[in-house]
Design a binder for this molecule. Structure first.
Ligand SMILES: NC(=O)c1ccc[n+]([C@@H]2O[C@H](COP(=O)([O-])OP(=O)(O)OC[C@H]3O[C@@H](n4cnc5c(N)ncnc54)[C@H](OP(=O)(O)O)[C@@H]3O)[C@@H](O)[C@H]2O)c1
Length: 294
């Protein structure tokens, strides 16, 4: 971020706590959105050492920040320092957005809802659909719980480390009282038959992320069919190797850029109570990704 461009007379501060924070696209996305709506807000990145997280969270109240986003490694660790957490954040066990509600710090998780909104933007309704998630890390967890809440028909989770997929499935079954969630190994015998019935495939692994974008997708490309929507959470490049393959197979694709924008838009709306300028936010992120390639 170009510090000379910051209007220090802005009154309402929000920001990002992470470690590191320098590659985040959130400051430029949010500041562009605030300018577009002529809002008196400024979004700043704060590099918060994990040892200082409690003090930093107390600083939200002390300095009167309107809220912050949280990124690696603070999403779980922050929970004990908050006054309240939303149902989604509690289920997922991670907070990516805090809102300072007149001195009460409330934690939210906008990742899962942001992803579902990005699907809706592409006219994909999740209710009663069959979905397969590849990966069982933090992002998969947020999405899988949201899929459970949205009334997915069958949900499959597959992961390189099968144990982690099984643990996530158990957690969803227990907390949401669902019976339609299943863990699959990469080598599951009837994977092909299962995938034939899949409406949505989501890759939540970092495979294909810049600069290592010329790689084979995690899933065997021969399993992708034209009746499925394929999404990749990696947003740099916007069209990953998986999405290029899916395109060739005639499947509809949804880039991870949509999730990035919509999870941010929900945070924006929580803080400002104004509708986020989605189109502009998306364009700003695309430009940043394009300009940062060297
Ligand atoms: N678009 C967005 O807004 C958005 C939001 C959040 C995250 N993301 C992206 O999503 C990705 C995952 O983030 P995360 O926070 O969930 O990370 P994470 O917690 O570290 O989880 C990574 C997952 O990917 C799997 N994985 C890693 N490398 C793999 C490989 N070479 N082959 C197969 N599986 C592999 C891991 O499997 P094991 O369990 O076997 O290690 C694990 O399940 C990142 O690229 C991140 O940038 C995007």
């Amino acid at each position: 971020m170009d510090l000379s461009q910051i209007d220090l007379m802005k009154k309402e501060l929000v920001g990002l706590f992470g470690y590191p924070v320098e590659h985040s696209l959130s400051p430029v996305m949010h500041n562009a959105a605030f300018s577009k709506l002529d809002l008196d807000y400024l979004y700043l990145p704060f590099e918060v050492d994990p040892d200082n997280l409690k003090a930093a969270v107390e600083g939200i109240k002390g300095l009167g920040l309107q809220g912050v986003n949280l990124t690696i490694p603070h999403k779980k660790a922050v929970i004990p320092y908050l006054d309240e957490v939303s149902r989604e954040a509690e289920l997922i066990g991670a907070v990516n957005t805090i809102k300072n509600e007149s001195g009460k710090l409330v934690g939210y998780n906008t990742d899962g809802r942001g992803f579902v909104r990005s699907l809706a933007e592409e006219n994909f309704e999740l209710h009663n659909k069959n979905a397969l998630i590849i990966g069982a890390g933090g992002a998969a967890r947020a999405i899988a719980f949201q899929f459970g809440l949205e009334g997915v028909h069958e949900l499959y989770i597959t992961n390189r480390t099968l144990e982690k997929a099984k643990n996530l499935v158990c957690d969803i079954e227990e907390k949401l009282e669902l019976k339609n969630v299943q863990a699959l190994s990469f080598k599951t015998k009837n994977l092909k038959e299962i995938i034939t019935e899949i409406d949505l495939l989501v890759d939540t692994t970092p495979v294909g992320m810049y600069p290592n974008f010329e790689v084979e997708p995690v899933i065997d490309p021969s399993l992708i069919h034209q009746n499925m929507v394929v999404s990749d959470l990696v947003y740099n490049p916007v069209k990953t190797s998986l999405l290029r393959t899916a395109n060739k197979k005639g499947a509809k694709i949804v880039s991870g850029l949509g999730m990035l924008v919509h999870q941010g838009a929900i945070a924006f709306e929580l803080w400002t109570e104004k509708k986020a300028p989605i189109k502009l936010m998306s364009e700003v992120i695309k430009d940043e990704i394009e300009n940062n390639k060297n």
